[in-house]
Design a protein around this ligand. Structure first.
Ligand code: ZN
Length: 676
């Protein structure tokens, strides 16, 4: 591990932030905090915190001593000066005289002393930063140090390695008590460069930002060198493990999560599989089950991963047997989590409310580690932390034995209100956890539909031709010519691999061929059917297979266009295919209702799009002797219908829990196109 401090970059930060009124202390604090945040070996996703003691002017122009400390909600990787809100130092220091201080009072005092009342809550480790007298303080959860701090004889290992440079602090939950203990430990050995908090992480300090940062680098490098000197043979693998396809196992896991949620907890979850060397080394080990029972590498991680990963059996044999084995493992996990809650909640006088008992990480031999979240982002965070846990565990096992925090202390952290507050209480979208596939995703209706589902919190994948993928917004683009069934299957497999499964499919891709039907070349009619009928059939088949793999129902929606009901002259090739598509919709509704698959059609008309271009609109308006605006608003409501209106109808259809086999018309009202 090398120092990435650059005098030139540090100077630039001082100049750049100076231009917006930020002092040199806070500018350098921001600069080196970002250096730490940029490396996942130090901190992950909002972990760690940094501070500087400096001065600021209050409203009266008086200079006061302040602690600028990381505010909650900020990530060191992207922190700005505003991410280190200033808190009056004097009142914080006076707190040290108290024998005890409740969490509520601690948060209250910290907020009351913010210079900017609108600033985020200062870190839960603010008092520790305040009580230690050094000007700059850096705190990380560096993997190499955690491998040592999670040893049964951690204190001996650490003192042998660092000598008098570092003092050890036994585990205490973050907050007032830890701040007092850490300060006391520091004061007993004031010459130390840092503190190792057992089962938790490492602090370094210094008179300058550079000194504190480079001491962190030195402490972590020393741990790395020590570990490297102990490097042993690679961990053994279970003999029967064969690489398994995430696309096959993940849908079964999603279905199992939905089943375990049982209507009480959110049913739809997004998955992210990781098959990195560390993830596989842990997942493929004969020790997996025992390792999984040990605990988290640093207590902060428990809110993202829970204390244990779900251990899945090696996927083999028939899908039905695999599903049964996954469901059994899930049921055991859920009852073990509920028992863990009951066992530990009794210690709390205030009473605790149980969180959902579902896992946030799964481990499967041959597959690696899987992050589980309500969004793709949450799944990725869980996967990142799981990978870091695996790396720390493997290293700790090389050094000695991975012995992390015990159950009771982990529970207290998981159910600490200040930790749960980190997860935020933002409004959840109605379709969060759902994976949506939209075909023709780059077109006007496809793009609007992708955006509408994304706005509901869903993860959206847009399929379209290679050449137009760059136009796709609000969705993950996947190249797919829907008229090629193999490409459709490959695209669906890719969606399962990336997100774990599929819940809603909007079969929207289409194009109109014009010409009188009597004069149409057979090839043109066949080409229209290939795209406007057979491609929908391939997409539907792939969708049904995906739904069945999860056995949690599904939603299949078609864009049938008004041509299916109200044919227009010269649109025979398009209209006949769309009429067949309407019949296809009914057939799927009929045959898959019992599996919980809802199938509906949207029937839009006169939407500005690739099918109805500006020049076509102009020509049609001219033919009717009206302005284009009048032509576009030529319906019962007298208002133009937009791609966004169609998109809302698709979302609406996805949310209608008891409707299948229906046609929803979105045309502003047209008697000729009314369903009768
Ligand atoms: Zn920490």
């Amino acid at each position: 591990m090398k120092s990435r401090w650059s005098e030139a970059e540090a100077g630039e930060a001082v100049t750049r932030y100076g231009q917006v009124g930020v002092g040199a202390d806070l500018a350098l604090r921001t600069y080196s905090a970002r250096l730490l945040g940029a490396d996942p070996a130090f901190v992950l996703h909002g972990g760690g915190n940094t501070s500087v003691k400096t001065t600021a002017r209050d409203l009266f122009g008086e200079e006061i001593a302040v602690l600028c400390v990381k505010g909650s909600g900020w990530d060191l990787a992207t922190i700005e000066p505003a991410g280190h809100p200033a808190v009056r130092l004097e009142p914080l220091l006076r707190l040290r005289r108290l024998a005890s201080l409740s969490d509520e009072d601690m948060v209250g005092v910290q907020r009351q002393n913010l210079l900017d009342a609108a600033a985020p809550n200062p870190s839960v480790e603010t008092l520790l930063h305040a009580f230690i007298p050094h000007k700059f303080i850096d705190h990380t959860h560096a993997e190499a140090v955690l491998a040592l701090a999670n040893q049964p004889d951690a204190e001996a290992v650490i003192s042998a390695l660092y000598g008098a440079r570092v003092a050890c602090v036994p585990y205490v939950m973050p907050g007032f008590a830890l701040a007092k203990l850490a300060a006391q430990t520091h004061d007993a050995q004031p010459s130390v460069e840092g503190l190792v908090l057992l089962n938790h992480g490492v602090f370094s300090f210094g008179a300058t930002a550079k000194e504190s940062y480079e001491r962190m680098i030195a402490l972590v490098s020393a741990a790395e060198a020590f570990i490297a000197s102990r490097r042993a043979a690679p961990a053994p693998r279970s003999p029967d493990v064969t690489p398994s396809d995430a696309a096959a196992l993940l849908p079964i896991l999603r279905g199992s999560l939905a089943g375990a949620a049982g209507g009480r907890w959110p049913s739809h979850w997004v998955l992210e599989a990781r098959a990195t060397p560390e993830a596989l080394a842990v997942a493929d080990s004969p020790a997996l089950r025992e390792w999984a029972s040990r605990g988290v590498a640093t207590p902060d991680h428990v809110i993202r991963t829970k204390r244990h990963p779900l251990v899945l059996p090696a996927p083999h044999g028939e899908p039905a047997a695999c599903r049964e084995a996954v469901n059994r493992a899930m049921a055991e996990y859920v009852s073990a989590y509920e028992a863990y809650f009951t066992r530990n909640a009794v210690r709390s006088a205030a009473g605790k409310t149980a969180l959902d008992p579902l896992p946030r990480v799964a481990a499967a031999p041959g597959l690696g580690l899987v992050g589980i979240g309500r969004t793709a982002r949450e799944a990725a965070i869980a996967a990142d932390i799981a990978q870091s846990w695996a790396a720390t565990l493997l290293t700790a096992e090389v050094v000695g034995r991975f012995a992390p925090l015990d159950e009771a202390d982990t529970f207290d952290m998981e159910y600490w209100s200040l930790e749960q507050a980190k997860l935020g209480k933002g409004a959840r979208g109605r379709l969060e956890g759902h994976v949506v596939v939209v075909t023709g995703g780059a077109g006007s209706i496809g793009a609007a539909t992708a955006a509408a589902f994304a706005a509901e919190g869903a993860e959206v994948v847009a399929l379209d031709l290679e050449g137009v993928l760059a136009d796709i917004r609000h969705a993950t683009p996947i190249a797919c010519d829907v008229t090629d069934a193999r490409q459709v299957d490959a695209a669906f497999a890719e969606v399962r691999r990336r997100f774990g499964g599929v819940d809603i499919v909007v079969s929207n891709a289409g194009a109109a061929t014009t010409g009188m039907i009597a004069e149409l070349a057979e090839a043109e009619l066949k080409a229209s059917f290939a795209l406007n009928f057979f491609a929908h059939q391939s997409v539907s088949q792939a969708a049904v297979r995906a739904f069945r793999a999860q056995s949690m129902g599904g939603v299949l929606l078609f864009n049938v266009s008004k041509q299916a009901l109200n044919p227009g002259p010269d649109f025979g090739a398009y209209g006949t295919a769309k009429a067949a598509l309407l019949a296809l919709m009914r057939q799927y509704a009929l045959e898959h209702g019992a599996e919980g698959v809802r199938v509906n059609a949207i029937n839009p008309d006169r939407i500005r799009s690739g099918l109805l271009t500006e020049s076509m609109i102009a020509a049609r308006a001219r033919a009717r002797g009206v302005e284009t605006a009048t032509y576009m608003a030529g319906n019962l409501l007298g208002a133009e219908v937009t791609a966004g209106d169609v998109a809302q109808a698709f979302v609406f259809a996805a949310l209608m829990g008891k409707t299948t086999g229906a046609i929803i018309t979105v045309d502003g009202g047209s008697v000729a196109a009314m369903v009768r």
